[in-house]
Ligand binder design. Sequence first.
Ligand SMILES: Nc1ncnc2c1ncn2[C@@H]1O[C@H](COP(=O)(O)OP(=O)(O)OP(=O)(O)O)[C@@H](O)[C@H]1O
Ligand SMILES: [Mg+2]
Length: 243
Amino acid sequence: MSSEKNSALHSVAVRVDKVTKTFPNGDTPTYALREASFEALAGQLTMIVGPSGCGKTTLLSVICGTMQTDSGRIEVFGQDIGCMSDAEVTAFRSRNVGFIFQQFNLIPTLTLVENASVPLILQGWPYRKAEEKAASVLENLGLGKRLRSFPKQLSGGQQQRVAIARALVHDPRLIICDEPTASLDAKTGHHALELLKQSACRQDRCVIVVTHDSRIFSFADWIAEMEDGRVVKSCPAAEYRHA
Ligand SMILES: Nc1ncnc2c1ncn2[C@@H]1O[C@H](COP(=O)(O)OP(=O)(O)OP(=O)(O)O)[C@@H](O)[C@H]1O
Ligand SMILES: [Mg+2]
């Protein structure tokens, strides 16, 4: 990692050091990550780009502790995820991490406002207060008239906005987004990135966005490029655009 990056005002929020992750596949395992190393700074929005199958979703999953690694070390805000018990990782995640999954992962039996309230309920907020807060975030994302709808009654783009609301509602220190604009039109995608950027630009916050969407590259502070299970390039966004 470049010394310019480490000497900047921003501290390292997420550090992935030589992480390998394989999946069983007959005689030869599939290597999703091959000693991948990656850093994301606090106060920045870091984008991860790379071709389909290169390991982007796997990298996000190991960072948030939903997937175990074969080897290597992962630190999030100075805490070694690998040293935590399952219960500790779950508690750490519910306090500190918001996700936007590639497949949205909304709960089909809950309304939009209930879905977006889940992170607050897990933190012990009373239902009514949690729903008021979730409703205000959904309104900001243009879904104020659909609060009591269920996910299956929505378009893909509307479901994606609920997933964004759920990731933002508890103002987590780390927000991890897997293709957050894949189902959004340009204007809505732009607004979603504005909200993520607002979250990222505080010193104790960090946003990591996996994307193929070049329309949103301008929101990145830093870009990491993956290829075949490794991060092969990592630089300030302005340098990446001019490379
Ligand atoms: N649960 C799994 N079981 C087996 N193989 C998996 C599993 N998850 C991912 N892989 C494999 O690991 C590799 C990396 O997958 P990953 O989902 O991280 O790619 P990606 O970069 O996110 O791709 P995309 O841009 O298409 O979402 C791929 O070869 C994939 O087939
Ligand atoms: Mg993926």
